[in-house]
Design a protein around this ligand. Structure first.
Ligand code: ADP
Ligand code: ZN
Ligand code: ZN
Length: 648
């Protein structure tokens, strides 16, 4: 008789032991009875005979393992590191269908339908040098730090080609679902369309499953995917690319909290292949690791074809006006020369909200302590945190007054103002909401390419489009509003966003950037003007060092939440007791969003100088003692966020 622990894609930390009269392999799927229900699980490891009654494995589903030992080891490690339930990681890692279909899955290698197309130009010297100095036969982490349009993509395309020619596969992680069609375009110009598999969360279950199989068998050996794609089997993978490595979407902000960039590097090390991190504005952490020799750094200072980076001007609107005179003039000039204007606004800073004209009450979401945003088109109020949609209040819930006022500058207001100033101009909006519909992102990108859009008003999304040469002017609407974030990365985020967006301008010929601001005192202006991201990071790192913030320490955020306010406070107090004397930490304090989806929230931020040891300690103390014990009187509990990005 053999014994195996079997893991299910559920919120559980460990596998459950079953017996089998046949020998099984780690990574095979089996059918078992789990808590009275027949379920599909994955064999985690062989066990000794336990001293309790075990249930039998009902059926072995696959001939060969569908999950590699290396992936299982990865899940084990990150379940430890991110303090996340192993079963939840398993669930993120594999297509759902794997746990629904009893049909055997066969991942035997098949011949790829590969084609290599000639690149229409020769690599320049800079590109050639980088491509030649990256060894694709062993592990290394390589940061390609190059200004927008310097030809970074071409560098990793060449490396991928080399790897594919040796019969290996390539994994390319991309930050945004909406961007995948653009990546597919670029890749299919070089390799046949049939060689590309795609994984992201907007595919149907069936599509995800098919793509997963096609990549794992090698039929489609180039994978383009968002963060969860990092969990495909890495057997025969020869290179991993993390494009726009600074993008925060590599971090999953719901359970299980994990960062795909870390997973990519960990796995590349396990299987001995290079990682390419690419960005015009690398994260402070990555930059610092590259600077101090932990990663390799390759810099690309020149744009392809020697095109200059755009001219940056700073202007201050007068009094109440939305746009400064200079801005309107520049927009007019750009439209006259048949080019597109992009206006960057900050989603968080720009929204309409309602306030009572008599008592000053701000209309809040009933489930969260944030103001509701007014959406004019649909005439509703929305909470951007819990996705609640509410009817527009006609009277103040606090004092009953009918004097309800609209406040804040919404993107609609900006649109109306521009329509007034430039009647006849074609104006489009470009943000999460306007591109949520399938195909919308591409429609806008294509209209842009065809020169059909005069003015594009957008959020963070604007910084992400690829090589849009049509943009002649970028306007940053309200510089200061980009900095309002409740954490130490606010500046990194804002400056990187501005530089990335500025990079969209004038990819073929030099463009202009106008930044509207209230004060010229900001110490970052000179770096922005000179496109000196490196100088900005160096100065920012000095402050991080002084404050002992990442990359000079690692953070662990502990959040307690409960529908009962006192319970949440009590729980975070217990955490504090256990941390005192051993850790340097901030808090406990209210989370910036104190109430979210009806739960009250407190947090503590631990500064760790020895992360693995500290996690091990937390697991043994706080985690095991406090997470397991169910709370009485209120729903909720604790969660841990290792290397947190969001502090809301
Ligand atoms: P990045 O990724 O750094 O923003 P890309 O790799 O997308 O830059 O390159 C920008 C544009 O320049 C693309 O249209 C690309 O095809 C083109 N390009 C890249 N390398 C060269 C080269 N050596 N010669 C001519 N054109 C190039
Ligand atoms: Zn009121
Ligand atoms: Zn809400």
């Amino acid at each position: 008789m053999f014994f195996y622990s079997v893991l299910f894609p559920l919120a559980i930390d460990e596998g459950f032991v079953y017996r089998s009269d046949k020998r099984l392999k780690v990574g095979q799927r089996v059918l078992v009875d789990f808590k009275g229900r027949v379920r599909i699980g994955v064999v985690l490891k062989e066990e000794d005979e336990p001293d309790y009654q075990t249930k039998p494995v009902i059926e072995q589903l696959d001939e060969e393992p569908v999950v590699s030992c290396e992936l299982i080891k990865t899940l084990e490690f990150f379940s430890f590191y991110f303090m996340a339930a192993k079963g939840m990681l398993l669930r993120s890692a594999l297509p759902k269908k794997l746990f629904e279909t009893k049909k055997p899955i066969d991942l035997k290698p098949v011949v790829a339908s590969l084609e290599f197309r000639e690149r229409p130009f020769k690599l320049n010297m800079q590109q050639e040098e980088i491509v030649n100095s990256i060894d694709t036969e062993g592990f290394s982490v390589n940061l390609i730090f190059g200004v927008t349009g310097s030809g970074k993509t071409e560098v990793y395309l060449s490396l991928i080609e080399r790897v594919l020619r040796r019969g290996k596969k390539a994994v390319v992680l991309v930050p945004e679902i909406a961007l995948t069609p653009q990546y597919i375009d670029v890749f299919s110009q070089r390799f046949s369309n049939e060689a590309i598999s795609v994984i992201h969360s907007r595919l149907t279950g069936r599509q995800k499953f098919d793509n997963w199989i096609d990549f794992n068998t090698g039929r489609r050996p180039i994978l383009i995917g968002t963060r969860s794609a990092v969990f495909v089997n890495f057997k025969d993978v020869g290179i991993v690319v993390v494009d726009e490595e600074n993008d925060e979407s590599y971090k999953q902000e719901s359970q299980p909290l994990y960062n795909a960039k870390d997973v990519a590097i960990y796995r590349a090390k396990s299987v001995g292949i290079p990682v390419i991190l690419s960005s015009a504005t690398p994260s402070f952490e990555t930059y610092y690791k590259a600077k101090t020799g932990k990663f390799r750094m390759f810099e690309m200072h020149q744009r392809v074809g020697g095109i200059r980076l755009p001219e940056v001007e700073f202007v201050r609107p007068d009094g109440d006006e939305l746009f400064a005179k200079e801005t309107l003039e520049a927009i007019g000039d750009t439209l006259n020369s048949k080019k597109t204007v992009a206006v960057l606004i900050n989603r968080r800073g720009f929204s309409n909200y309602l306030v009572c004209g008599d008592c000053g009450y701000v209309f809040l979401c009933p489930n969260c302590s944030v103001s509701l945003k007014f959406h004019k088109k649909e005439d509703v109020l929305k909470c951007h945190w819990c996705d609640g949609v509410f009817e527009v209040f006609r009277s103040c819930p606090k004092c009953g007054s009918l004097n309800v006022l609209h406040r804040g500058v919404g993107s609609q207001m900006i649109e109306e103002e521009l329509k007034r100033a430039f009647p006849g101009a074609v104006i489009e909006r470009f943000d999460r909401d306007s591109t949520a519909k399938k195909g919308e992102f591409n429609r806008i990108i294509n209209s842009l390419r065809d020169g059909k859009i005069d003015i594009l008003i957008g959020t963070q999304m604007l910084s992400k489009g690829h090589d849009i040469s049509q943009i002649g002017l970028v306007v940053v609407f309200d510089f200061e509003s980009l900095f309002v974030m409740p954490d130490f990365r606010a500046e990194e985020r804002a400056v990187s966003l501005i530089m990335q967006t500025a990079g969209r301008s004038g990819r073929r010929e030099p463009g202009r950037v106008i930044i509207q601001l209230n004060s010229q005192d900001n110490p970052f202006l000179k770096y922005i003007k000179e496109h000196d991201y490196e100088g900005f990071v160096e100065s920012g790192l000095k402050i991080r060092r002084l404050m002992n913030y990442p990359p000079f320490s690692r953070l662990i955020r502990v959040v307690s939440e409960s529908t009962n306010k006192d319970k949440a406070w009590e729980l975070i107090g217990l955490v504090k007791e256990r941390l005192e004397g051993r850790f340097d930490f901030l808090g406990p304090s209210r989370c910036p969003i104190f109430r979210l989806r009806n739960r009250y929230r407190y947090h503590i931020i631990i500064k760790s100088s020895s992360i693995i040891e500290d996690i091990a300690y937390l697991k043994g103390s706080v985690y095991n003692e406090l997470m397991k014990g169910k709370q009485k009187g209120g729903q909720g509990g604790l969660y841990f966020d290792v290397d947190p990005i969001s502090f809301f």
